[in-house]
Design a protein around this ligand. Structure first.
Ligand code: FAD
Length: 445
């Protein structure tokens, strides 16, 4: 009797360089590919709207590719631990494989499941697939974690180089009778009434083949200009790989090895380092999305929320052209250029004096690359409360930023909002108010 192997896909929706899939294939039993939509387990953050849209298309692409190779993607919904065990039983599976996750609640689910399944005699193994340097492998001289990027990255680079990526399997033989599966359409991941995803469809093609194409195009067409032009939002000089990395449609090992020898790749590889650092930070501080990393910021007295200000920011109607252009790009495409993310975030926190958590939540709902580590990490970086953060008193001036990084107004022109809007706040006055409010934090430090 066959005892199939289960590959539990999570944030690794790809066939190439997938160590869990490789392990399942090496076991020489039929392979069941499983994805669980977990909206029930305690602490697992529900996906935002743009992320749900991406997930739908990414799963559709993965299912198609698996089918071409001989296996059906099995979809289940519910608490992950329960759903995986159910499939193990339904299929009489002898082994379960997955690539590791690093968020607090997710790691706890995986550890519990691993020990329960092993106690029942099921083989379980997990692998490194989503990070180049797993958080516990990088430690300071005194054995603790890093809170500053430069020494963190230096320590990573001193470790053995990331392993070579694994080739994509040609066949993934499934069982004769695969376990029952939900229908993707029934999960309701796509927006209806209204369908706001038109801009996302125009901008993106989710899935592993598109990820590989994007990587190839970036390396051949844009990488040479990356260091010079990466801060200019109109230049199109960055990789646009963030959603593909977020969903694991391309592995960081593949990105690393295809870029590392290329002339001028240093700056780009350092950005991958920031992604690693964000996850390092989340692993050691699982409450990154809800709590200030630097606790002295708990003393910051956020004024009462002005809902009209928050709404103006969300809709790109603040009257500050670069901020509005960024927020409109985000709403339309599910993406925003990094420099503009910093400017819009700084404006929310330091000119509107709105708690960074509100902005983080909006980005979480609207970004196709919404990432459990990178999003809160960067919000806290901008707010000043995070790891290796920009000091609170360094406040981006959106007008100067526009002059410097969009000197011809190309980006602002592309995402222009209502030209007649008056700014909702005075930049100078609000900057001074923010600096005064910050005095409380300084005295609490
Ligand atoms: P490139 O410049 O081509 O960089 C290559 C890759 O490096 C990116 O795809 C990404 O995986 C990684 N990277 C680059 N910059 C950062 C960074 N600062 N922190 C972590 N990883 C980085 N990035 C996300 O992937 N998800 C998020 O939810 C997210 N939220 C952000 C929120 C704010 C307020 C800010 C300021 C930044 C945020 N970023 C986030 C980081 C960054 O803006 C995006 O990764 C980048 O804009 C993606 O575009 P790209 O792929 O063309 O980047």
């Amino acid at each position: 009797m066959a005892s199939p192997s289960i590959v539990w896909f999570r944030d690794d929706l790809r066939l190439a360089d997938n160590p869990a899939l490789r392990a399942a294939l090496d076991r020489d039993e039929p392979v069941i590919a499983l994805y669980v939509l977990d909206e029930e387990s305690d602490g697992v953050r529900p996906l935002g709207g743009a992320a749900r849209w991406w997930l739908h298309h990414s799963l559709a692409s993965l299912a198609e590719r698996l089918l071409e190779r001989g296996s059906r993607l099995v979809l289940r919904r519910g608490s992950a631990a329960h759903a995986v065990r159910e499939v193990v039983q339904d299929a009489g599976a002898g082994a379960v494989f997955w690539n590791r996750r690093y968020g607090g609640p997710e790691s706890a689910i995986d550890a519990g499941l691993k020990s329960d399944l092993r106690a029942e005699g099921v083989e379980v193994a997990s692998f490194a697939g989503s990070l180049l340097f797993e958080p516990w492998t990088v430690a300071t001289g005194s054995g603790s974690h890093y809170s500053v990027f430069t020494p963190f990255w230096r320590a990573c680079r001193a470790l053995p180089a990331p392993r070579e990526p694994l080739p994509e399997p040609r066949e993934v033989p499934g069982p004769e009778r695969p376990p029952a599966s939900d229908r993707l359409e029934d999960w309701g991941l796509l927006p209806t009434g209204p369908d706001w995803a038109g801009g996302l469809r125009d901008t993106w093609e989710p899935g592993e083949p598109a990820a590989r194409r994007r990587l190839r195009e970036f390396l051949s067409d844009d990488l040479a200009e990356y260091d010079r032009a990466r801060d200019e939002p109109a230049a199109g000089a960055t990789s646009m790989l963030s959603p593909y990395l977020r969903w694991g449609e391309v592995s960081p090992y593949t990105v690393w090895h295809e870029s590392v020898g290329v002339d001028g790749a240093g700056g780009f590889l350092t950005e991958l380092g920031w992604r690693e650092f964000a996850w390092h930070t989340l692993f050691h501080f699982p409450d990154l999305a809800t709590k200030n990393l630097r606790t002295e910021f708990d003393a910051f007295a956020w004024p009462r929320l002005k809902p009209a200000h928050l709404k103006a920011w969300q809709r790109g109607r603040t009257g500050i052209p670069l901020v509005d252009a960024g927020m409109r790009e985000l709403w339309h495409t599910g993406h925003m250029h990094n420099r503009v993310r910093m400017v819009t975030a700084s404006f929310l926190v330091k000119n509107l004096l709105i708690d960074w958590r509100r902005g983080e939540q909006w980005f979480w709902d609207t970004l196709v690359d919404a990432d459990a580590a990178s999003n809160p990490f960067n919000w806290q970086w901008v707010a000043g409360s995070g790891a290796d953060a920009a000091p609170y008193f360094r406040i981006f001036n959106p007008e100067l930023q526009a002059k410097k990084f969009d000197p011809h107004g190309t980006y602002i022109g592309e995402w222009r909002g209502d030209a007649d809007l008056e700014p909702i706040v005075d930049l100078r006055e609000t900057r001074n108010a923010a600096l005064m409010a910050y005095e409380d934090v300084k005295s609490a430090a």
